[in-house]
Design a protein around this ligand. Structure first.
Ligand code: SAM
Length: 216
């Protein structure tokens, strides 16, 4: 998702009490940001953030960070949050690139990573930008706890097949659950929270693919 540049976005993010602008200062100390010390789950590429806002509302016993690299996109999410929700003690937002995760998190600091409808980057030469490439898997290895997991959903079969190949070839992660039609998979769809993209693509009849990966 890329919105046209919104000049007001960065100042609004910098002023918002819900956005952390100097994320590296919290490295190893994220729990101090939240009222309660409890597992930390992050979503990379949250877009306008509906998924992570719903999750945080439903699970007060988990701490959440929504990560989005484009200020204009995060700004739209923030406006929605401030309009509809206004505060959730267990949710904050970061405007950073996930390629730098180890600069922001210590080893073992993150318990779960959600990747939803990540950009497919269809050209071969851009494969390393895909959020399930082996380069990103190595990055997740540096921050994810020993029993942590990655949950990935997409409607893009090419990106899904690529992700399965990357994880199957990974010495670090393995696929523990997978479906090629999430909304008709009773077990994996239980408690599923739809993202903005998921609603849009599934309403067109596209199947939704999902996998869960854990450490080998
Ligand atoms: C296609 S949108 C999906 C948005 C949302 N997750 C959903 O399912 O509705 C993917 C989002 O991931 C963000 N993104 C892509 N690569 C990223 C990265 N390296 N770090 C942080 N965000 C990223 C994009 O800016 C975009 O907003």
């Amino acid at each position: 998702m890329r919105l046209r540049n919104i000049p007001a976005a960065m100042p609004a993010i910098e002023e918002s009490p819900y956005c952390i602008t100097e994320a590296e200062q919290y490295r190893g100390k994220w729990q101090s940001l939240f009222p309660k010390e409890q597992p930390l789950h992050i979503e990379i590429g949250m877009g306008k953030g509906r998924f992570i806002m719903d999750l945080a509302r439903q699970n007060p016993d988990i701490n959440y960070l929504g990560i989005e690299r484009y200020a204009s996109v995060l700004y739209r999410g923030l406006q929605k949050f401030e309009r509809e929700e206004n505060t959730l003690p267990n949710l904050f937002f970061l405007c950073v690139d996930a390629g730098k995760l180890p600069e922001f998190f210590e080893p073992n600091e993150v318990d779960r990573i959600y990747l939803n409808f990540s950009d497919p980057w269809p050209k071969d030469r851009h494969a390393k930008r895909r959020l399930t490439s082996h380069q990103f898997l190595e990055c997740y290895d540096k921050v994810l706890s020993q029993d942590g997991r990655i949950e990935f959903k997409t409607d893009n079969v090419g990106l899904f097949d690529f992700s399965v190949e990357e994880i199957d070839a990974s010495p670090i992660f393995q696929i523990t659950e997978m479906t090629r039609d999430l909304h008709h998979d009773e077990k994996m769809n239980q408690g599923n929270i739809m993202t903005e993209y998921e609603e849009k693509f599934s309403s067109k009849g596209n199947p939704i693919y999902k996998l869960i990966a854990t450490r080998r």
